[in-house]
Design a protein around this ligand. Sequence first.
Ligand code: NDP
Length: 444
Amino acid sequence: MSYVDEVIDLVVEKNPAQPEFHQAVKEVLESLRVVIEANEEAYRKDALLERLVTPERQLLFRVPWVDDKGQVHVNNAFRVQFNSAIGPYKGGLRLHPSVNLGIIKFLGFEQIFKNSLTGLPIGGGKGGSDFDPKGKSDREVMAFCQSFMTELSKYIGADTDVPAGDIGTGAREIGYMFGQYKRIRGVYEGVLTGKGLSYGGSLARTEATGYGLLYLTEEMLRCNGHDLNGKTVVISGSGNVAIYAAQKAQQLGAKVVTVSDSTGWVYDKDGIDVALLKEIKEVKRARLTEYAKAKPGVEYHEGRGVWTIPCDVALPCATQNELDLEDAKALVAGGCIAVAEGANMPTTMEATEYLQKNGILFAPGKAANAGGVATSALEMSQNSERLSWTFEEVDGKLKHIMVNIFHNLDEAAKKYGMEGNYVAGANIAGFLKVADAMTAQGIV
Ligand code: NDP
């Protein structure tokens, strides 16, 4: 049996009931097969893959907190410190009822390669809790965050593990957690990213994932003989990633004709009015029906459907598994030339394969949405320097990072005989740097 297959079997056997983690390991290791086979003897002797798929440390703890009526609740919480070969653990904290150890391990494992691809010195980690901030009062959220950080603070620090936001962990939660860390440890340090601008946050972090997605997409198109200028772009979602992706696409001369939310989508053939979209989503927090009401000539549709609109470029920016095989067929039939993932895992495996087989340029989220974590790493640098860079400075560095990421994965794919397969290229480029650092540091 090949080393890759042995390790996949081992992961399934040793980590029962963690399907998302099995899936993530399988997807990554399958695409690394050619690289592993070329170095099989050395990697096997060092048990490199066994070490790669086993977190360095997994913290599981309870979080007791008191609600507004005096009732005590207990949530499960996790921090998986997966791999620190190239830098301190870095990855978000997800607060959602679906959170369990398998999901945190899947996200932490993916984060190792995403962080490596940024070219910045950050290792992979992820954490969270099955606490649901939706419907809770500010005091209840603060009670949870303080209790959560009381335990977590023993294991994190600016040079060891630097968590960030994720689903359910926004500016409010980061603020409460940062305050509690500072109170307990007595140090003012950049232990979390995604902070408010008044206490160490970075300019351009809000825009970073959407802008970064477009910088990478633009470079991928350019290197394949296309130009974003004048292209029609279809976007799903209307949250943080989607809004700033739309804004940057327009700045680069493209026309964005759709956005969606969890109930419906709009088709605006004249081009999405980003100022109006921001007003509706960021200020009024309303549905997209308001957009159609406010602008004449806009079509509103219930349900899903953005991928049926003919386009040159498709940017899924909402949620996982939102672009399936049928959608991929519609995109190909509509003349699409490129798909770049703003969300995490928005394209199903079958859809990805279909798009690649039909010659569509496909940039995986691991690379295409890495602008968020890259800018978090820039926030860490500013905190260490005790300086705040201007918006232009951060944005310039972000662009440079995204262009570099594209070239890294493009070159890795070429080097291993898979030219144009950016999924394989991303996994290979991310892996090689981590594997090299692990080898150099000995058996730890
Ligand atoms: P937001 O919560 O700001 O926006 C999510 C958007 O997707 C909303 O418009 C939401 O609609 C829509 N949506 C959510 N669920 C569904 C669904 N089941 N069907 C259709 N639409 C849906 O999140 P972000 O923009 O921050 O994140 C989007 C994706 O990008 C996620 O996968 C996230 O993990 C990923 N990502 C985000 C980064 C960041 O820096 N923000 C960094 C890297 C990845 P509604 O408003 O109706 O809920």
